[in-house]
Design a protein around this ligand. Structure first.
Ligand code: SF4
Ligand code: SF4
Length: 288
């Protein structure tokens, strides 16, 4: 089963949920964590994996043979991303803007365009005790997160439980992370900002047709509006984690709640059981 943990904005505690769930369940089943927050992966800071391999992620970008090119400009007209320009009869390429779609090579009447790999990030894979781990890191200044996210997701083992730590927000990178998941947990905080971002995230997962539920982090701060909204929208709230200075100190030490507070092991196992129940319920309804 693939569970993605997402949130409308950063800093709400996605990684807390992913890492605690992984540690609580790893004794019971094969668990894998894929950190797809490729601009700022941080699950490794809590799971402390030993990395065993690193692989470059590349995109195929155009290479122009100036002996064949006649400067007709069809390639730059075809590129929606302005990754090619023709000046003085010569083609100039901007690989950092290229989406690797191959359109320019298709339209070139001279067959002057071939493709070469251009590095946009890396995927590192390792093991954190019983937990298989992989994360992606996009190279600084490169705007294209989804290909790196897809490269991380290709490492999904296909057995046991795969937990995906999604990037924050609701744009393309998050969609790339949440797509094809069996379930999505939306982590939020009980504040007006949290509610606003939660509503956007709910819109996204509904659009994708992925069953979902909410976890409220720092639940003892803020107000009741998030819970009221979830009740109105019939969205299950599966777990609430109150704010506690001791928990903040635990995170600051690079530790997880389940490692220092045994009661939280049962809470996260209970969260998993609720998710299993909701996934079966969704499958039953979808089958009818
Ligand atoms: S491969 Fe696609 S995005 Fe890249 S330069 Fe060619 S047309 Fe533009
Ligand atoms: S379409 Fe081909 S021939 Fe025309 S400018 Fe581009 S690379 Fe040159």
């Amino acid at each position: 089963m693939i569970i993605t943990v997402a949130s409308g904005k950063g800093g709400t505690g996605k990684t807390t949920i992913v890492t605690n769930l992984a540690l609580a369940l790893a004794r019971k089943m094969p668990v894998q964590v894929l950190d797809c927050d490729v601009e700022e992966p941080n699950a490794h800071l809590f799971l402390h994996p030993e990395f065993q391999e690193e692989e470059e992620v590349t995109l195929p970008v155009p290479e122009v043979d100036s002996n064949k090119c006649d400067g007709c400009g069809k390639c730059s007209e075809a590129c929606a991303f302005h990754a090619l320009a023709v000046a003085g009869g010569r083609v100039i390429t901007f690989p950092e803007m290229c989406h690797g779609c191959g359109g320019c090579a298709l339209v070139c009447p001279q067959g002057a365009i071939t493709e070469k790999p251009h590095r946009i990030g890396v995927v590192a894979r390792g093991q954190a005790g019983r937990i298989a781990f992989a994360h992606g890191m996009i190279d600084v200044g490169h705007p294209l997160a989804p290909p790196v996210i897809k490269a991380v997701k290709k490492r999904a083992a296909g057995e046991g439980l795969t937990l995906i730590d999604a990037p924050p927000g609701t744009s393309c990178p998050v969609v790339a992370a949440v797509k094809d998941s069996d379930f999505c947990l939306l982590v939020t905080e009980p504040t007006p900002f949290g509610l606003n971002d939660l509503k956007l995230a709910v819109g996204m997962v509904r659009e994708l047709g992925v069953p979902f539920a909410v976890v409220i982090n720092r639940s003892s701060l803020g107000d009741q509006r998030v819970e009221r909204y979830c009740r109105q929208e019939r969205i299950p709230v599966l777990l609430k984690i109150p704010f506690d200075k001791r928990y903040a100190a635990t995170y600051a030490r690079g530790k997880c709640l389940v490692e220092e507070y045994p009661d939280w092991v049962a809470a996260f196992v209970g969260l998993w059981q609720e998710i299993e129940r909701l996934v079966s319920q969704h499958a039953r309804v979808a089958g009818n």
